[in-house]
Design a protein around this ligand. Structure first.
Ligand SMILES: *Cc1c(COP(=O)(O)O)cnc(C)c1O
Length: 231
C-alpha cells in the first residue's frame, strides 16, 4: 500500500488494527492505548482529514509549525502534544498552546512551564524523557536522574506529572525493542513504588509501536505509518 495523505483513512484503519491486536495479545484493552498522530511536516489539511477520520490527539515537534496548525484547526476539539525538545525561549508559547509536554528533562524548563501556564487552563500534563542509552541531540535523562526531576515536578503547581517518555535508537529486532520498553515499564514501577503516581508510558513509534504496547505503552506516537515518509 502506498502511504500518503490520499490513503489516510486506510492507513489509519491499519494502524488502529495493529494497535488493537498488539494490545489484545498482551491482555490489554486497546482503549488504554492513545494514538498520538505525529504531524510534523504535514500541512493542516492533512491533520484535518485525520481528525475527520477520528484522530483526537496530535503530536508536534516544531513550535512555529505547530502554532500555525493549531490556529488553523482551532475549530476542532483536539488535544495537542508537544513532543520535541523544549528550549527555554519557547516555554511560554508551549505552556499556552499545548495540553501535554512529553520531553521534559530539565528542572529549569519545568519551572518555566509551570510559571507560564495560565491559571485558566488545566495543569500541563508532562512526561519525563528517559534516555536509557545516551544519544547526542536526543535529550532525556539517565534513569538514575529521573527521581530527582520527578520530585521537583510534583511540587510545581501548574504541572501534572503523568509518566515517562522515551525515544530509543531504532532497532529492527522486536525482541530487542521489547527489552528497551520493558526497562521503561520497570522504571515507572520503581518510581511508583517510591510514591509517585505515574500512569503514562509514552513510547513506540512507527517502527516499534507493537513492541511498546506489549511492554505497556499508553501513548504511541506515530507519524510515518499514518502519513507516509517525511520529505
Ligand atoms: C517524529 C517523531 C515520532 C514519530 O516517528 P515515526 O517514526 O514517523 O512514527 C515520534 N516521536 C517523536 C519524538 C518524534 O520526533
Amino acid at each position: 500500500m502506498l502511504i500518503g495523505p490520499q490513503n489516510l483513512p486506510v492507513a489509519l484503519a491499519a494502524v488502529r488494527e495493529r494497535i488493537a491486536r498488539a494490545a489484545v495479545s498482551a491482555g490489554r484493552d486497546p482503549a488504554d492505548v492513545t494514538l498520538v498522530a505525529v504531524g510534523k511536516t504535514q500541512p493542516a489539511e492533512v491533520l484535518r482529514a485525520a481528525a475527520a477520520a477520528g484522530v483526537t490527539d496530535f503530536g508536534e515537534n516544531y513550535l512555529q509549525e505547530a502554532e500555525t496548525k493549531i490556529d488553523l484547526l482551532a475549530d476542532l476539539p483536539l488535544t495537542w502534544h508537544y513532543i520535541g525538545r523544549v528550549q527555554a525561549n519557547k516555554t511560554r508559547a508551549i505552556a499556552s498552546r499545548f495540553a501535554w509536554v512529553h520531553g521534559l528533562d530539565r528542572i529549569e524548563i519545568a519551572r518555566r512551564l509551570s510559571d507560564q501556564r495560565s491559571p485558566h487552563l488545566p495543569p500541563l500534563q508532562v512526561c519525563i524523557q528517559v534516555a536509557l542509552v545516551a544519544e547526542a541531540g536526543k535529550g532525556g535523562l539517565p534513569p538514575a536522574a529521573v527521581p530527582e526531576l520527578a520530585g521537583a515536578v510534583v511540587r510545581l503547581p501548574r504541572l501534572r506529572l503523568r509518566g515517562l517518555m522515551c525515544l530509543p535508537p531504532a532497532l529492527s529486532d522486536p525482541q530487542r525493542q521489547h527489552a528497551v520498553f520493558t526497562e521503561m515499564r520497570a522504571l515507572r514501577e520503581r518510581m511508583n513504588a517510591e510514591g509517585f503516581a505515574m500512569d503514562v508510558l509514552s513510547m513506540g513509534m512507527s517502527g516499534d509501536f507493537e513492541a511498546a504496547i506489549a511492554a505497556g505503552a499508553t501513548h504511541v506516537r506515530i507519524g510515518t505509518a499514518l502519513f507516509g515518509e517525511r520529505h
